[in-house]
Design a protein around this ligand. Sequence first.
Ligand code: UD1
Ligand code: CA
Length: 485
Amino acid sequence: MSPQDNTPQDCAGPAAVIVLAAGAGTRMKSRVPKILHTIGGTSMVGHALAAAKGLNPAKLAVVVRHERDLVAAHIAELDDTAQIVDQDEIPGTGRAVQQALTALDAQGLVQGTVVVTYGDVPLLTTELLAELVATHTSDKNAVTVLTAVLEDAAGYGRILRHEDGTVLGIREHKDATDAEREIREINSGIYAFDAGVLRQALTGVTTDNNQGEMYLTDVLSLARNDGGRVAAVSTTDRWQVEGANDRVQLSALGAEHNRRIVQAWMRAGVSVIDPATTWIDSTVQLAQDVTILPGTQLHGLTTVGSDAVVGPDSTLRDVQIAAGAEVTRTHGTGAIIGAGAHVGPFTYLRPGTVLGADGKIGAFYETKNVVIGRGSKLSHLGYAGDAEIGEDTNIGCGNITANFDGVNKHRTVIGSGVRTGSNTVFVAPVNVGDGAFTGAGAIVRKDVPAGALSLTVAPQRNAEGWTSANRPGSVSAQAAANAKN
Ligand code: UD1
Ligand code: CA
């Protein structure tokens, strides 16, 4: 199942989407470029690209400048078909779009609808973009701008409307009169343009304004003056048009993103006991009738099969949990947990852990790079690494695979139907055959044949009367004296 609202549209998409991502993002106060900061496990620009790609555009361009190489490399990883466009020293959203359109035109003149979005508006969905494009197309608009009505519109460009409701243009906050600043309908910065209108109008955009920038917003009044229809689609979902400029906004957007993901999973048939303490990345997949207990974070490519129960207090990244498994108070990365298996509480699963169906890795166990067969149990206190364990084997309490000789790692291979005594140490490389037993405290340095019992026997000596002789007057001596009476 998937709760994503960036489900690709099945109709033909717009001619192009241009994602603006050249800005510096200084208010993040970070060495990491702003649009590489993540929400729900995906970078902000990753969210922007996902929403854009859902539209099935014929061409996709991303405009970069600040930390150009880092940003371009990240975008190439996400989508190697996206065209990276470098913005020159002329500032402003108008210049950014002009350079992108010129770059796209170089491979064949763009005709039809051009959508513009931002790299730092992570909650925008394909669904809302598709609504914008549908209105733009069916109303035969020259420009359609996505707007929202905000309680506090400070800082945003304001939508100027004619008495008849049609859009006259956009006034930037810094250029606005006091009366214009009273307007609460704001420009989201997301638009659908007719390519020809956009190309033509951009030639008339200057830097003659308060900020000395080429404003993309000037295109609206220029298009209207040329006789084009300029209209607005207003959304009541302000989160979808909100950008993250600092880390306070980033965390607010992250919480809202998570709230939406968790709610979508609940609607799709997953029980989430405490949405407020449950964090689920947008890349996670959950099946029907999964139960997530409080304090659980599911990251990356984690998948959970039907009827499995995860949590409380578990953090899992790239962990595959099969149907009916239970994972309790566990920290795990890169592990595979079989159907009906049990993990936890207080268990640390490291990469390469594979637990077979109906198996168990119990309390205070650490595992790494170990394949455990069906029905085998490692119930309490131990470490299993660089090992292979067969089926229906019981590993006793406190067992350790001593896999590291200080220089190299070695493998331990334990067969099926094996029973190991408490505190067995397997000094790798070593093999233990099927149906073998080990005694308590065994130190297995040599291979154990199938069906053998391996004992490490040190003789036990009892020194009678030791306590009263060596700890006179102690609680222990008193207890020993009482035992004699
Ligand atoms: C812009 C809009 C404003 C709108 C607001 C919504 C203009 C002139 N103003 O204002 O009407 O209400 O967004 O958030 O468009 N960018 C570039 N190159 C540049 C400048 C910006 O790629 O030269 C990118 C930024 O990385 C960012 C986006 O464009 O993703 C918006 O830039 P920003 O400086 O935040 O625009 P605002 O001044 O907030
Ligand atoms: Ca902004």
